[in-house]
Design a protein around this ligand. Structure first.
Ligand SMILES: *Cc1c(COP(=O)(O)O)cnc(C)c1O
Length: 356
């Protein structure tokens, strides 16, 4: 158990107005969790302090060599007043894996969950309750050694900040248009694509800007070697329903192992669907669409939960998924997952964790 020192703010901020829409990732709560790491000493000085700017040396290694990782999960207020986290143990486990990939010190998994629970409990009045809203939790680790030279840092900070958020897409569950990128690549096997690292997002910006200019909201990545096999979308994993079967790219080393992905696979299997995790070529999707067998496409991720895809563009081919609307399975998954997260639907797999 961490012994967390608590310093409460004496200047609490104004809570967001109930009727104003919460724009994702723009408002931060009164407090943050912070803990330091020093080589030879380990993680130390766990504390919750008022949300505030950091003071770092300009030579801090994170600014120069990008040694940074992050996580994302949400806290929900149930109708009966309980505060629920969704599978925080999975974020803790993924943090361990990401830290190994990025040569960062591992953060103890129990401490990860405890830090989040205590911080959320302190800022619980910030958890919004309107439909589709939640408190987004952003843990991250940065390399802080003041040193210009390439090697793993000797000091780090683990920080957790909180942000009340509305639905990721302000229009609600609305099908998105996806650009299939065939020039730029995000990651390759043997790289860091399966780690939740800021560096993967820098690598994705060029394609995202291009897609936005073309009127598409997200990029679907193809594999970096053959530019042929489907990987994932922006900050989401991708699923296809082809002739009744659910298919999603297998975890091959270059895509992020999403917790929403894992939960969706479980639910689909529970409901009797055949689920295949395998290589999927873009030609297969193109052919399925031509033959009228591409029944649904959707992305999965903590921020949007389920994001139906209505259109895809690959080179000069425009593909509409059925009538371009929200598929039946996409809607059912969204309703069920958010139902579990909010404590409304039965939590058969014991995914939710109560913040005491
Ligand atoms: C976080 C993330 C996802 C989704 O993971 P969840 O655990 O479901 O939120 C998918 N792809 C990338 C690149 C990500 O960073």
């Amino acid at each position: 158990m961490l012994d967390i020192k608590i310093e409460l703010t004496n200047a609490p901020k104004q809570l967001p107005e109930k009727d104003n829409p919460l724009v994702f990732g723009t408002i931060f709560t009164d407090h943050m969790f912070i803990m330091d790491y020093t080589l030879g000493k380990g993680w130390h000085d766990a504390r919750i302090i008022p949300y505030q700017p950091l003071s770092l040396e300009p030579s801090a290694m994170v600014f120069h060599y990008g040694q940074e990782m992050f996580e994302g999960l949400k806290a929900y207020k149930a109708k009966d007043g309980r505060i629920l986290l969704f599978r925080p143990d999975m974020n803790a486990k993924r943090t361990t894996k990401t830290c190994r990939t990025l040569c960062m010190p591992e953060f103890p998994e129990d401490d990860f969950v405890q830090a989040i629970k205590e911080l959320v409990a302190i800022d619980k009045k910030w958890i919004p309750t309107k439909e589709g809203t939640s408190l987004y939790i952003r843990p991250f680790i940065i390399a802080t050694s003041p040193f210009l030279g390439v090697r793993p840092s000797h000091t780090y900070k683990f920080i957790v900040i909180l942000s009340p958020v509305g639905p990721y897409y302000p229009e609600g569950l609305d099908p998105v248009k996806i650009w299939i990128e065939d020039e730029y690549v995000r990651a390759v096997k043997g790289g860091i694509g399966e780690a939740k690292a800021g560096g993967n997002y820098v690598a994705s910006l060029r394609a995202q800007v291009k897609a936005h200019e073309e009127g598409f909201s997200q990029v679907l990545w193809l594999d970096g070697v053959h530019r042929k096999y489907i990987e994932e979308v922006g900050a989401m994993n991708i699923f296809f329903k082809i002739n009744g079967v659910i298919v999603t790219p297998m975890l091959s080393g270059s895509i992020l192992p999403g917790i929403t992905r894992d939960s969706v696979i479980r639910l689909c299997k529970d409901w009797g669907y055949k689920v295949e995790e395998r290589l999927i070529s873009i030609d297969e999707i193109f052919t399925a669409q031509e033959e009228g067998l591409l029944e649904e496409v959707f992305g999965t991720g903590t921020a949007a939960v389920i994001s139906p895809v209505g259109h895809l563009r690959w080179k000069d081919h425009d593909m509409q998924v059925m009538d371009g609307g929200i598929g039946e399975l996409s809607q059912k998954l969204y309703d069920n997952l958010t139902g579990i997260q909010l404590g409304d639907a039965p939590d058969v797999h014991k995914w939710t964790v109560e913040v005491s």
